[in-house]
Design a protein around this ligand. Structure first.
Ligand SMILES: Nc1ncnc2c1ncn2[C@@H]1O[C@H](COP(=O)(O)OP(=O)(O)OP(=O)(O)O)[C@@H](O)[C@H]1O
Ligand SMILES: Cc1ncc(CO)c(N)n1
Length: 493
């Protein structure tokens, strides 16, 4: 069973400038959605101009690296690059026989782009013997010729002929790369062991940044295949990614010779560098952003006297009348959230809230609205302002903004309600009211609303998340104003 993130091991040499070898492999694996690992065959002192020297550590140590990985990690794919000499080839062959990785892509690295040997001249036969252990071999034009012991092909058809010959001889799939041929059009050919050919054509990109394209391509194919794509899809996906990365290579300023490709350019452009907060982090941050508003609510005479039962009944009646007006409209706002909801679960949640809001309004009416003389039938400026804010969010058709705007109606009410509730002793004049917003169903609805909104915010792009946070913060401020209004209105009469 391959993992969602395929675990891909590169067995290759190094490039301290990061454009080729294991350094390029690790970037390519990551850029194609894999978890990259690397066992080093040889240390190469090279840069964008060329190879200066090669140090090949004892192969016993390569074997130790390989077994350290395979003893611990389930490997989904292996990419093999520079093998340096016969001893290294033998070591890798023995390890392959023991570890049996499910996908093996062999890039038969022999000569660097700059013309330096990366494989001993005498090691070619040993490399040929390794071919049947691979699922895919990815030679360029000169490597294909050496593996066949022929002259290099000089046109695309000759390349395909040679690739078919190699595939047949060794019973292996071959991707023959056309990068070394002249001309404006590039052709790579995937040849099955039975000789069937798939062509991949693309325009040649005018650039000096082609160092490490072979390393990068073979790692990308191994990764895509390790994730479960067919060989043909894996090749197609990897080539598309490579073209994009070659196109952006010139935007890098790395070295004065043949520079590297830009492995992550496409991801940077499409995904940006922003981190994504978790829903819990959003909940914490948004809640903290309302600390001032919550302190102010707690400090209101209305809240204090509502808690201890000394609140002027006219003020309470005024508040309830405004709340009844508010709830009818708020119910419509929640119905709009239901209408815009992306999932049936959310659709159900908001429509249930819409129903509860009108039901509560009717119950309040029945119980309390006989109370007061001078109860206003008109929405106060404060109520109007709050409803305008919610109405604008509802009318925008922007679900994320809308649900962020309604969240304080749950969260702040639950917060105030659950803190005032213990004061609602026997005989408390507002005990029924104190019970409503401390009820377990309202606590549950609040938790669900927080979950829906913060999950949406976590998944939103930073600018969208900022719009949501602002809608939330503005509603919290309207909540404060709503609690402040009744005593002011009664005092002004
Ligand atoms: N200028 C270019 N424009 C578009 N694609 C290119 C260009 N150069 C190389 N490629 C692609 O990059 C891949 C590698 O090609 P190439 O034949 O150069 O392999 P290589 O010689 O093994 O690479 P390396 O430079 O790493 O040694 C191929 O798929 C090829 O089509
Ligand atoms: C280590 C290493 N592997 C492969 C190549 C081929 O580009 C290179 N230059 N260096």
């Amino acid at each position: 069973m391959s993992a969602v993130v395929p675990r891909v091991l590169s067995i290759a040499g190094t490039d301290p400038t990061g454009g080729a070898g294991v350094q390029a492999d690790l970037k390519s694996i990551a850029a194609n959605g894999g978890y990259g690992m690397a066992a080093v065959t040889a240390l190469v002192a090279q840069n964008t101009h060329g190879v200066r020297s090669v140090y090949r550590p004892p192969t016993s140590f390569l074997a130790e690296q390989l077994h350290a990985v395979s003893d611990d990690v389930s490997i989904d794919a292996v990419k093999i690059g520079m093998l340096a000499d016969v001893e290294v080839i033998e070591t890798v062959r023995e390890w392959l026989a023991a570890a049996r990785p499910p996908v093996v892509v062999l890039d038969p690295v022999m000569v660097s782009t700059s013309g330096h040997r990366l494989l001993d001249p005498g090691a070619e036969e040993a490399l040929r013997l390794l071919l049947p252990d691979a699922d895919l071999v990815t030679p360029n034009v000169p490597e294909l010729a050496i593996l066949l012991d022929r002259e290099p092909a000089s046109d695309g058809d000759a390349v395909v002929d040679q690739a078919q010959e190699l595939a047949r001889r060794h019973g292996v799939r071959v991707l023959a790369k056309g990068g070394h041929l002249e001309g404006p059009d590039l052709r790579d050919a995937l040849v099955e062991p039975d000789g069937r050919v798939s062509d991949y054509r693309s325009p040649r990109i005018e650039t000096r940044n082609t160092h490490g394209t072979g390393c990068s391509l073979s790692s990308a194919i191994a990764t895509r295949r390790g994730a479960g794509a067919t060989w043909s899809d894996a090749t197609d996906l990897a080539l598309r990614w490579l073209s994009e990365s070659i196109r952006h290579g010139s935007a890098l300023d790395v070295g004065g010779g043949h520079g590297p490709v830009s492995h992550f350019a496409g991801l940077w452009a499409r995904g940006g560098l922003d981190t994504m907060p978790s829903p819990d982090e959003i909940a914490d941050e948004w809640w903290r952003s309302t600390a001032g508003v919550r302190d102010a609510i707690d400090g209101l005479d209305f809240i204090r006297s509502l808690g201890d039962g000394t609140l002027d009944r006219r003020a309470f009646a005024w508040y309830l009348a405004q709340d009844a007006l508010y709830l009818r409209e708020y119910s419509r706002v929640l119905a709009q959230a239901s209408r815009l909801a992306p999932t049936p679960r959310e659709q159900t949640f908001w429509i249930t809230g819409a129903h509860a809001a009108v039901a509560t309004e009717m119950a309040l009416h029945e119980q309390w609205l006989g109370l007061g003389e001078g109860v206003p039938a008109q929405a106060s400026p404060t109520t109007t302002a709050y409803l305008d804010h919610l109405g604008a969010a509802a009318d925008s058709g922007d679900y994320e903004r809308l649900v962020a705007a309604v969240l304080p109606c749950y969260w702040l009410y639950h917060d105030v309600g659950s803190r005032l509730h213990p004061l609602g002793v026997e005989g408390h004049p507002y005990r029924d009211w104190l019970d409503t917003y401390a009820a377990p169903e309202f606590a549950e609805a609040t938790r669900t609303a927080i979950g829906i909104v913060t999950a949406a915010a976590a998944g939103a792009a930073p600018l969208r998340r900022a719009v949501m946070a602002e809608a939330f913060r503005a509603s919290a401020a309207h909540e404060l104003a709503f609690w402040r209004a009744p005593l002011d209105a009664v005092a002004a009469r």
